[in-house]
Design a protein around this ligand. Structure first.
Ligand code: FES
Length: 149
């Protein structure tokens, strides 16, 4: 390592604004890496700060650590470039748009359920989203399909 680029866990915490325990947790989840000195103390490359910044942004956007790891694993371990971040942020932008669309649809469908309580497989849009059963034909498909021949 180049002198001056190596940080202790306390320095990473101070510069990133993340608690030491959170840094250890990210490491346990293999989102970040460190190495040990001869006296068994953790050391981090300074480039870890950019990686932690990305993790924090993603968490604020509601992206799970599993999804964050999936994307970070595809990036260089050291020195995430501006282009790398642009690629990942574009993918997350598209993923968040899909989630917003899905949640908006769920919210709109939920409106019909308020005060209903039927939870009917045939009528409730939340139990039968996109009328999957309706693709099998008209009528009460559950009853039709359950009927012995
Ligand atoms: S609970 Fe009746 S329509 Fe959803």
């Amino acid at each position: 390592m180049v002198a001056g680029k190596v940080l202790t866990v306390g320095e990473v915490a101070e510069r990133s604004g993340v608690a030491v325990s959170t840094i250890h947790y990210y490491e346990e989840k293999k989102l970040i890496k460190s190495w040990r000195t001869a006296s068994n103390q953790r050391r981090y490359d300074r480039s870890i700060l950019r990686r932690i910044a990305i993790i924090r942004i993603a968490k604020q956007a509601g992206i799970s650590l599993k999804e964050i790891k999936y994307h970070l694993d595809r990036l260089p371990q050291e020195a995430i470039s501006r282009e790398d971040w642009q690629q990942v942020s574009q993918e997350w932008h598209e993923m968040l748009n899909e989630r917003i669309k899905s949640l908006t649809q769920l919210r709109d469908n939920l409106g019909g359920c308020i005060g209903c309580g039927c939870l009917s497989m045939a009528d409730c849009p939340l139990r039968n989203p996109r009328d999957v059963l309706g693709q099998d034909g008209p009528g009460a498909q559950i009853l039709i399909q359950a009927k012995p021949d």
